[in-house]
Design a protein around this ligand. Structure first.
Ligand code: ADP
Length: 421
């Protein structure tokens, strides 16, 4: 008989375990837990209490339906209650004579007009942390709660705790994703506003400074050169911002012609050759002499390759090497820019293509830039249906590679823009 009862208990517990994945929601699942807790331990009532951090007390989360309206608004203090005792110590508790026991919180009995004479309670524990209490009241026929009852409650309590934890985690993930979406929106707005608002005044500064440079004596030439140089640098930043904004708003258009990838790579190298020479960096093209024609927007590919080469030089020590390789790979055009510079720490690799991401923070940073170059490069390549990725080892160097389809499919619609989640 005893064995039969045990087998029945195990089967009922297994059914509750199944409910973890099949119950429509947490409320339905916890309702099953308290029904089983009271039936399997032969108790009159059962309830689940959850710790409320802000109120620093326990609150009823699940209870028999007829008690719902009465118990929901009530809080149970940690001091002077059996549930509080269990919660604080993380240990089960059996009280056979509740009336005589100071640990029983008698207020609830008064409010619900209930007469508690015995109780059993177990802590709900998730990874060592107590998050609530499962309690049963009044074992029938004035019987005493047994070890077996506590084992059943502990098992049901573990399942309830797991389910409650899952809901907590889901809530946290939801809040985090809302915050993340808000941050993304701020980034997008910032990009749109700055790129539009800076463009006109900057164009005027650059135009007038260049004009004055032609007019003034040599004695002011140096100052005007500095103005022009820095305004040009600002213009580059604004152009990067506009490129990102255009891709985001879907305004970026790919104007395709037949272009030679080898020529674009060679022209880019020429642009950076002086800078490389000044720092004794060997900057060269590695290719078989073919033009590598592709149907693409030459300006956009040139922006992508320039950003990669610029970074490669920037993050390579004096005397280092930067190589641009152009070739074919299984029906794709393949371009890689590799350097033997500082490399990128493994933990930062997944984020380098994010807008505004920089390995060093802006406070510790020795290099200029705004963390947009790679985001722009990636957008330019993906507009062509291509793919850009990086392989890097800290202290050894980095290789950025992109593939372009030779027969280009139409560019992705704005909704699949690389900047949207
Ligand atoms: P920025 O214009 O600020 O350099 P990017 O988007 O071009 O921004 O690059 C993002 C970050 O990725 C850089 O700040 C740098 O830390 C890292 N990075 C990019 N290219 C390289 C490279 N070739 N070697 C090492 N780190 C690089």
């Amino acid at each position: 008989m005893i064995n039969n009862e045990r087998i029945e208990h195990i089967e009922r517990l297994l059914e509750v375990v199944r409910g973890l994945t099949t119950a429509p929601d947490i409320e339905a699942f916890l309702q099953t837990v308290i029904t089983e807790a009271s039936e399997m331990t032969d108790s009159e009532l059962a309830s689940i209490l959850e710790y409320d951090e802000s109120a620093e007390e326990l609150r009823f989360l699940a209870m028999q339906w007829f008690q719902r309206d009465m118990l929901r608004p009530l809080g149970v203090p940690l001091e002077g209650s059996a549930a509080g005792w269990v919660f604080k110590r993380g240990q089960p508790l059996v009280i056979q004579d509740a009336k005589a026991d100071q640990r029983h919180f008698k207020v609830i009995d008064r409010v619900t007009r209930h007469d508690t004479h015995s109780l059993a309670a177990v802590p709900l524990i998730v990874r060592g942390e107590v998050i609530g209490v499962l309690e049963t009241l009044n074992k029938k026929d004035d019987a005493h709660y047994t070890e077996e009852d506590l084992t059943i409650l502990a098992t049901l309590g573990a399942l309830a705790a797991q389910a409650m934890q899952n809901v907590h985690l889901q809530r946290k993930v939801k809040v985090a994703s809302i915050e993340l979406a808000e941050l993304e929106r701020l980034k997008t707005d910032f990009i749109a506003v700055t790129s539009h608002e800076l463009r006109t005044p900057l164009g005027l500064i650059l135009g007038h400074a260049t004009f004055l440079r032609e007019l003034v004596d040599e004695q002011y030439a140096e100052q005007l050169d500095t103005i022009v140089r820095n305004a040009t640098r600002l213009k580059e930043i604004v152009e990067n911002l506009s490129d990102v904004d255009n891709v985001q708003t879907g305004a970026a258009r790919v104007r395709s012609h037949q272009v030679s990838l080898a020529k674009i790579a060679q022209d880019t190298i020429l642009t950076f050759q002086d800078e490389a020479n000044a720092r004794n960096i060997t900057l060269k093209l590695d290719s078989n002499g073919d033009p590598f024609y592709v149907d693409a927007d030459g300006v956009k590919l040139s922006i992508a390759i320039s950003n990669l080469v610029k970074n490669a030089i920037q993050f390579t020590n004096d005397g280092g090497h930067v190589t641009v390789t152009v070739g074919n790979d299984s029906g794709y055009m393949k371009v890689s820019v590799s350097d033997d510079g500082v490399g990128i720490p493994a933990r930062d690799l997944p984020r380098v293509f994010e807008r505004f991401f920089q390995v060093e923070t802006h406070l510790t940073r020795r290099h200029g830039g705004m963390g947009l170059g790679l985001a722009v490069a990636k957008a330019m390549i993906e507009l062509h249906g291509g793919r850009l990725w990086v392989e890097s080892e800290e202290g050894k160097g980095s290789t950025f590679t992109f593939l372009l389809p030779t027969n280009r499919t139409p560019p992705p619609a704005p909704s699949t823009s690389p900047f949207t989640a």
